[in-house]
Design a protein around this ligand. Structure first.
Ligand SMILES: [Zn+2]
Length: 103
């Protein structure tokens, strides 16, 4: 009883799932419509008092704006998403990113 060891290549029939390994959620910037990974956005949350940049609650409606693109923080580009509050969101984004010791 000497069976020759048959080397079976590990071929498993299965569903083809390309890119299933590096799963990263993508979001779309409300200003420029670019798709990027979530970590590259600033999240703006709809709070009862208005849109809040980096607000406490992660529930409810949220919008995403590029964290590194000042052109996406312009009021006129935010107006499509935030309407009358676009100016307030723009100001919050700028205060979040602008260094205070600017001379
Ligand atoms: Zn953008």
């Amino acid at each position: 009883m000497s069976a020759a060891p048959t080397s079976i290549p590990s071929l498993r029939p299965g569903p083809e799932r390309p890119n299933s390994a590096g799963h990263s959620p993508e979001r779309t910037c409300v200003a420029c419509r670019r798709k990027r990974v979530q970590s590259e956005f600033v999240r703006v949350t709809r709070a009862p008092e208005g849109w809040q940049v980096r607000g406490g609650s992660r529930t409810g409606r949220g919008a995403y704006v590029c964290a590194d693109s000042p052109e996406c923080w312009a009021e006129k580009r935010l107006r499509r998403a935030f309407r009358s509050e676009a100016g307030a969101v723009s100001a919050q984004l700028h205060s979040l990113k602008t260094p205070t010791d600017q001379s």
